[in-house]
Design a protein around this ligand. Structure first.
Ligand code: ARG
Length: 466
């Protein structure tokens, strides 16, 4: 740490312990903030020039050197040095090396506390925008799949408690995830909107005696406004927590979809086959096709939530303002994006290649007495109180189950043994298409209701993109 102490002086007479220095160092991961750090420094130094804190020649020299540093980093020839503890110190040290005294003036009226908070907000904003675009892309894939399967009339057993409940359209299933992801995206957008304020100029914690213009730097960095309180600006990481919470909830949605694909692709279900490009074989069992990609997507939910919990625990109980604890904000944030982004991308690539098995799905959808509710509804429509109707059909199903028969095997006479209200038209109810068509309430699974749902999704999406 010798070099650092040379850069900024201070009350130290002893060298830092080597292990302590290594422990303190964040360069390995915060290097990722270099673009944001350069943008930050450019905005800051231009402002210092405009308000007259630095002469324009020095501002120009600093900007030129920052450009050179950018090229060096991009071309992989920047001298990253562990002796400087983080990305900020590395860039500043290089600046001093390149232009001497002028370089050392960049940090006037700025602290690493407002610097790192600003860099991280910028980075998070960019990462959120990238992720939002990917989620929207995935939603479009879901819409296309829903459309395709609505045309094809593909049917899926709907489950509750993972017991066959009522038949639904596969399009309806795709749209369920569409709306879930729409809300997930909304949470990302909310987080992005709320973090859109600049901490820069808060300095160490209390502001500065230099005549800085925080509105200028905020604007130049693309923030909506500067944060109104310097203490809050350097101490707060709720924007990271909120982002991580939104990521964890999003990953839970992806994980549920992944889980359904895993189940449905088993021999036991046999509803769908994963594209070869997204599954792996077994080294020992030649018959196997393992759903590794969905399994990892499912597992990442735990990891992303872990990131939230890790940072929450760091922040909770932390006195204002900056504490070194806050350096621990970056790895969970970076890691969460590194897990969620590919998960979203992979699902978008994998879904169109799924090979559904409509016959197996239809077979499953109509067996297991999945149409029993329709018979009960029939009786209720004829005036029998629904609870009574439920009891009648329950007895009927019990009998059939005992005999190993399905609802389809019923004739009218047998139905009438259970209730005289049953007439010829009741038999038609036991057809799958009828059962689905019947559920035409708003938001229901009938083809006409799903068509309307798709239209609503499309028009809201168009508004979103306008
Ligand atoms: N590497 C530090 C971090 O990530 C930068 C801020 C350091 N500020 C300080 N007062 N030590 O938090």
């Amino acid at each position: 740490m010798k070099e650092e102490k040379k850069l900024w002086g201070g009350r130290f007479s002893q060298e830092t312990d080597a292990l302590a220095q290594e422990f303190n160092n964040s360069l390995a991961f915060d290097r990722r903030l270099w673009r944001e750090d350069l943008a930050n420094s450019r905005a800051h130094v231009r402002m210092l020039g405009r308000v007259g804190v630095l002469p324009s020649e020095e501002v120009a020299r600093i900007l030129e050197a920052l450009d050179q540093i950018e090229r060096e980093i991009e071309e992989g020839r920047f001298p990253w040095r562990e002796a400087h503890e983080d990305v900020h110190m590395n860039i500043e040290a290089r600046l001093a090396e390149l232009i001497g005294e002028a370089g050392k003036k960049l940090h006037t009226a700025r602290s690493r506390n407002d610097q790192v908070a600003t860099d991280l907000r910028l980075w998070t904003k960019g990462a959120l925008s990238e992720l939002i675009a990917e989620v929207r892309r995935l939603r479009k894939v879901l819409l296309a799949e829903a459309e395709r399967h609505l045309e094809a009339g593909t049917v899926l057993p709907g489950y509750t408690h993972l017991q066959r409940a009522q038949p639904i359209l596969l399009a309806h299933w795709f749209l369920a995830y569409y709306w879930m992801l729409t809300r997930d995206q909304g949470r990302l957008e909310d987080a992005r909107r709320r973090l859109d304020e600049s901490p820069l100029g808060a300095a160490a914690l209390a502001g500065t005696s230099f005549p800085i213009d925080r509105f200028q730097t905020a604007r130049e960095l693309g923030f909506a406004r500067p944060m109104p309180n310097s203490l809050d600006a350097v101490a707060s990481r709720d924007f990271v927590l909120e982002t991580l919470a939104a990521l964890a909830i999003l990953q839970a949605t992806l994980s549920r979809m992944a889980e359904e694909l895993i189940l449905y692709s088993t021999f036991e279900f046999g509803f769908v086959e994963l594209p070869d490009a997204f599954a792996t074989g077994s080294s020992i069992m030649p018959q196997k096709k393992n759903p590794d990609v969905p399994e990892l997507i499912r597992a990442k939910a735990g990891r992303v939530l872990g990131s939230f919990v890790a940072l929450y625990t760091v922040v909770k109980g932390l006195p204002l303002a900056y504490n070194k604890d806050l350096q621990e904000d970056k790895e969970p944030l970076f890691d969460a994006f590194d897990q969620v982004l590919p998960s979203v991308r992979l699902l978008a690539r994998m879904l169109p290649g799924l090979r559904w098995n409509p016959e197996a799905m239809a077979r499953a959808a109509k067996s297991g007495y999945a149409l029993a509710t329709d018979l009960a509804d029939y009786l209720a429509k004829k005036g029998l109180p629904f609870r009574e109707a439920h009891r009648v059909v329950g007895a009927l199903v019990k009998k059939l189950a005992g005999e190993g028969r399905e609802l389809e095997d019923l004739g009218l006479e047998e139905l009438q043994e259970f209730s005289p209200l049953f007439e010829e038209d009741a038999l038609g109810l036991l057809r799958l298409e009828r059962a689905i068509q019947a559920r035409s309430s708003y938001g229901g699974t009938a083809p006409e209701a799903v068509r309307r749902q798709l239209q609503e999704a499309r028009s809201r999406l168009a508004e979103e993109e306008a």
